[in-house]
Design a protein around this ligand. Structure first.
Ligand code: ADP
Ligand code: MG
Length: 244
């Protein structure tokens, strides 16, 4: 494999006495799309949050685009510049317009002039197909539109990797497709993506690899074709039996 953009090596994390991530090792190639699935409580969010430095870990290493995540705040800032994150619950600022949500970090974190930040944000709002909502507030648009704003907001920082944590789980069913379609577009443009989701149609369509986690461990990782046709472990079979 060419130099990976994300390297997670022998990662271990505890919440107090609870061993939440157990010896996780995972390399992500540039442009690779990884879907992470597994039962509730298996550590998927914790893993994703470690990669974006939202959580500390005790053992092992995480390297993103050559930057090793350590205890220093400088590397935390550097890594966050490289990594965009989209959460289940959108996390938009309700008192800011859609456009302001997308320009806040570029202006205040990156010191980009307001006009330039707005032009970039509009470009991404067009990409997620809601430029007409730029001057609305989050409460005035649908959940699916809010999640597309969250994607545009993350893209406005020009990340090299996009992390998604169950981006469609909080949506009404009729809004799931518009968000997945946006993510498929992004994948087709070559974005490196790590996506926690149980949308197995998305995994089949887009993923290069599906990673299955259970009880803090990676149980297996395989191409979607192999993963769905020939799951190797009893726990994977059980999980697929429950969700498919
Ligand atoms: P998943 O995203 O796969 O559902 P999580 O990563 O959210 O799993 O959580 C993994 C386990 O860690 C769960 O048992 C959860 O209860 C526990 N956990 C998550 N966050 C915390 C925390 N801040 N403190 C203690 N335990 C936590
Ligand atoms: Mg989770």
């Amino acid at each position: 494999m060419a130099e990976p953009i994300v390297t997670v090596a022998a990662l271990n994390k505890w919440y107090g006495d609870f061993h939440v991530l157990r010896d996780i090792s995972l390399d992500v190639a540039r442009g690779e799309r990884i879907v992470i699935c597994g039962p509730s409580g298996s550590g998927k969010s914790t893993l994703i949050r470690c990669i974006n430095a939202l959580e500390e870990f005790q053992e092992g290493s995480i390297i993103v685009d050559g930057i090793e995540l350590g205890p220093s705040l400088r590397t935390v800032d550097e890594v966050r510049r490289e990594v965009g994150m989209v959460f289940q619950s959108f996390n938009l600022f309700p008192h800011l317009t859609v456009l302001e949500n997308c320009t806040l970090a570029p202006i205040w974190v990156r010191n980009i002039p307001k006009k330039d930040a707005e032009a970039t944000a509009m470009k991404y709002l067009e990409r997620v197909r809601i430029p007409d909502k730029a001057h609305k507030f989050p409460g005035q648009i649908s959940g699916g539109q809010q999640q597309r704003v969250a994607i545009a907001r993350a893209l406005s920082m020009n990340p090299k990797v996009m992390l998604f944590d169950e981006p469609t789980s909080a949506l009404d069913p009729e809004m799931v497709k518009e968000v997945l379609d946006t993510m498929v577009d992004l994948a087709e443009e070559g974005m490196t993506m790590m996506v926690v989701t149980h949308e197995m149609g998305f995994a089949k369509q887009v993923a290069d690899r599906v990673v299955f986690m259970d009880a803090g461990q990676i149980i297996e990782a395989n191409t979607p074709a192999e993963f769905f046709a020939n799951p190797q472990h009893a726990r994977t079979k059980l999980f697929l039996g429950q969700i498919l």
